[in-house]
Design a protein around this ligand. Structure first.
Ligand code: NAD
Length: 249
C-alpha cells in the first residue's frame, strides 16, 4: 500500500474513461482516500462512489478561484487533511493557429493553466502548515513537441505554461517540503478528443510510437502514483514522459 492514510485531491476526475478517474481508482487501491473535483457535483459524487466507500465528490470549476478555495476547505473539513493534489482538469480543441478565437484561447488556457494555479494556491497554505505535500500537474507531449497530435497551438501553449508553473512552484515550495512534478502524456485513449480522433489519425500517430500502441489512462495513473507517493521522495521539478517513446530526446 503506497498511499495508506493519504488524502488526495484530484481535479477533473469524473470522466468515466478519463485519466483523473483512473488515478482516483489506483490511489484508492493503494489505501488512499480521494476527493474527486469536477464541474458537475452529481458526476463527481457518482465517480467517487464508483471507486469505493469513503471517497467524496465535489463540484469545482478550477477556473474560479472561489470554487477552488471552497472545495479545498470542504475536503479538509470532511477528510481531515490533504497530502496530494493532482491538477488534472483540462480541455482541448483541434484548431489551427488562425482559427483560435479569443474565447478558444481563454477556455483552453484557463482550465489547464489558471486552474493549476488556483487549485494549487487553494492548498499550498495547508500543505505548508503541515510541511508536507506532493503536487502532480498534467501537462502534455504537445507542450514539448509543439502539438501535432490533436490539440491546437493554444493547447500546446497552455500545457507548456503548466510545465513552467510547476517548475517554479517546485523551486519555491521545496523548502516547505512540498514536491511539485509534471506528467507529459502522449496520446491517451480517453474522451477528451470528443470523438474527433479518426482511425486515420490514430494510424499516423502510431507510426511515431516505438512501443506501437496508444496509451491507456492506466499508464498515466501508474506514473502519477509514482510521482504522488514517497517512491519519488527526492524528485521535484521533474517532467516525466508517458508516451510510449514518442519523444525520445
Ligand atoms: P477527459 O476529457 O476524459 O477528462 C477531463 C475532465 O476535466 C472532465 O471530467 C471534465 O469535466 C473536467 N473539466 C473540464 N473543465 C473543468 C473545469 N473548469 N473544472 C473542473 N473540471 C473540469 O480528459 P483526459 O484525457 O482524462 O485528460 C486529463 C488531463 O490529461 C487533461 O489535463 C489533459 O489535457 C491531459 N492530457 C490528456 C492526454 C490524452 O491524450 N487524453 C494527453 C496529454 C495530456
Amino acid at each position: 500500500m503506497l498511499l495508506k492514510d493519504k488524502i488526495a485531491v484530484i481535479t477533473g476526475a469524473a470522466s468515466a474513461r478519463g485519466i483523473g478517474k483512473a488515478v482516483a481508482r489506483l490511489f484508492a487501491q493503494q489505501g488512499g482516500r480521494v476527493a474527486i473535483l469536477d464541474l458537475d457535483e452529481g458526476a463527481a459524487a457518482a465517480a467517487a462512489a464508483d471507486i469505493g466507500p469513503g471517497h467524496i465528490g465535489l463540484a469545482c470549476d478550477v477556473t474560479a478561484r472561489g470554487d477552488c478555495e471552497r472545495a479545498a476547505q470542504e475536503v479538509i473539513r470532511r477528510l481531515g487533511h490533504v497530502d496530494i493534489l493532482v491538477n488534472n482538469a483540462g480541455i482541448t480543441q483541434p484548431l489551427k493557429i488562425m482559427d483560435i478565437a479569443p474565447e478558444n484561447y481563454e477556455a483552453v488556457t484557463d482550465v489547464s493553466l489558471r486552474g493549476t494555479l488556483y487549485m494549487s494556491q487553494a492548498l499550498i497554505p495547508h500543505m505548508r502548515s503541515r510541511r508536507s505535500g506532493s503536487i502532480v500537474c498534467l501537462s502534455s507531449v504537445s507542450a514539448q513537441r509543439g502539438g501535432g497530435i490533436f490539440g491546437g497551438p493554444h493547447y500546446s501553449a497552455a500545457k507548456a505554461g503548466v510545465l513552467g508553473l510547476a517548475r517554479a512552484m517546485a523551486r519555491e515550495l521545496g523548502p516547505d517540503n512540498i514536491r511539485v512534478n509534471s506528467l507529459t502524456p502522449g496520446l491517451i485513449l480517453t474522451d477528451i478528443t470528443g470523438g474527433k480522433l479518426t482511425e486515420q489519425m490514430k494510424t499516423e500517430i502510431l507510426k511515431g510510437i516505438p512501443l506501437n500502441r496508444l496509451g491507456e489512462a492506466q499508464d498515466v495513473a501508474n506514473s502519477c502514483l509514482f510521482l504522488a507517493s514517497e517512491l519519488s521522495s527526492y524528485l521535484t521539478g521533474v517532467t516525466l514522459d508517458v508516451n510510449g517513446g514518442m519523444l525520445i530526446h
